[in-house]
Ligand binder design. Structure first.
Ligand code: SAH
Length: 365
């Protein structure tokens, strides 16, 4: 018996990789253009149907490659029009992808890891532990599947106008696969989403931010959540490694010489923890020299959460302090919370949990 090596999934390849793949097969690089149009524009995944390729090439492709999507195993619709899909990747592991329609845009929130290795104290994904990074194909498949279900592919009436890497996981800890996936999101031969409308959200992996600037033009959202290191160390433990001053310097570098860019700061409001007027003044002081937009996120509860959402009075007070300092601050509307699809509620199904999660489970039992 001849043992053949595993087939390459073409969804793992961005345009450059795909051209190199065809050159390695002894073909011209423009075959990549043809195949990408089939896959991302025509939604054809079967090589046999790609009728502008010779029959011989179609057969060689079928022998060496595949275009494999994971499977949607649950599709929940919220009262407010949001959707959450549970996508099965392999035995026991599922991730979640969320679509949020608004009057002027449709945002798809995609995951970058199965679970998350960061241990942010207010986030449901943290409780799941970490299994592994997603491949480029698994990231890009979330968009392919969502736009297919929403009918984007068929009627060209684009419902997905924005993509945010704000689902499960820390995208900058899965750097190469995430960057490749963002290329495919932005490529005209891929999903053709404009650069500014692809946003990566990070808890602040500082060295990766410097690398990102060199290779990508995604918009940046940063999960700040506290104006000082003592508090941020508690909420976002990654801060102990990369404290606020280093994070802000990396963010400033990211947008330097990009006149139309600013950083979106995410700030989850936790009652009695980080939502006082003093916190708001300290936050404004911290950000006063950085082109910024602040996204205030009401805390979304989940089972065993140890925090509560700030009251409306605290929220509007916090927001007006920021505005009085001349900052742009908006409150992110809670969407999809009836189906646990809101920020920080994504849990998926994660196998092979880490020691941290096992310890927690022992303590709880
Ligand atoms: N790891 C990345 C990507 C996740 S984005 C990051 O930290 O940015 C998810 C966003 O939702 C982050 O800003 C996160 O801090 C926020 N979030 C997490 N848990 C939340 C909760 N329970 N309520 C509201 N927002 C939450």
């Amino acid at each position: 018996m001849i043992v053949t090596s595993a087939k390459i999934n073409l969804l793992d390849l961005d345009r450059r990789d795909l051209e190199a793949f065809f050159v390695a097969l002894g073909e011209k690089p423009f075959r990549a253009t043809q195949v990408m149009k089939w896959v991302y524009h025509e939604r054809i995944l079967d090589f046999a149907a790609m009728n502008n390729l010779s029959k011989a090439l179609r057969e060689r492709l079928a022998a060496h490659a595949e275009i494999r999507l994971p499977e949607i195993v649950a599709d929940q619709a919220s009262r407010d029009g949001s959707h959450k899909w549970l996508i099965r990747l392999d035995s026991g592991n599922c991730i979640e992808t969320v679509f949020i329609p608004e009057a002027d845009r449709g945002t798809l929130c995609v995951s970058s890891q199965i679970g998350c290795p960061l241990d942010c104290s207010f986030c449901a994904t943290a409780q799941q532990g970490f299994n592994r990074n997603l491949s480029t194909a698994e990231i890009i498949a979330q968009i392919w599947l969502a736009s297919d279900v929403l009918g984007d592919a068929r009627n060209h009436n684009r419902l997905i106008t924005n993509i945010v890497l704000m689902g499960m996981g820390e995208p900058l800890l899965n750097f190469d696969n995430v960057v490749k996936a963002t290329e495919l999101m932005q490529d005209d031969l891929g999903f053709g989403i404009s650069k500014r409308r692809v946003t990566l959200s990070t808890a602040g992996v500082v060295p990766a931010l410097y690398r990102l600037r060199e290779v990508s033009e995604v918009s940046l959202a940063v999960s700040l959540h506290a104006p000082d290191d003592a508090l941020r160390n508690e909420l976002v433990p990654l801060n102990r490694k990369y404290p606020i001053a280093e994070l802000l310097a990396a963010c400033q570098h990211y947008i330097a010489d990009k006149p139309y860019r600013r950083i979106t700061w995410e700030y989850v409001l936790l009652a009695g923890i980080n939502d006082s007027e003093q916190h708001a003044h300290a936050l404004a002081k911290l950000l006063k020299n950085i082109p910024s937009k602040i996204n205030l996120i009401p805390f979304n509860p989940f089972p065993n959460a140890r925090y509560q959402r700030s009251g409306t009075a605290a929220l509007s007070q916090f927001q007006s302090v920021l505005t009085a300092h001349g900052l742009t601050a908006i409150t992110r509307k809670t969407r999809g919370d009836d189906i646990a699809a809101a920020c920080g509620q994504l849990a998926g199904q994660v196998q092979a949990r880490g020691r941290r999660v096992e310890r927690r489970a022992r303590l709880a039992s």
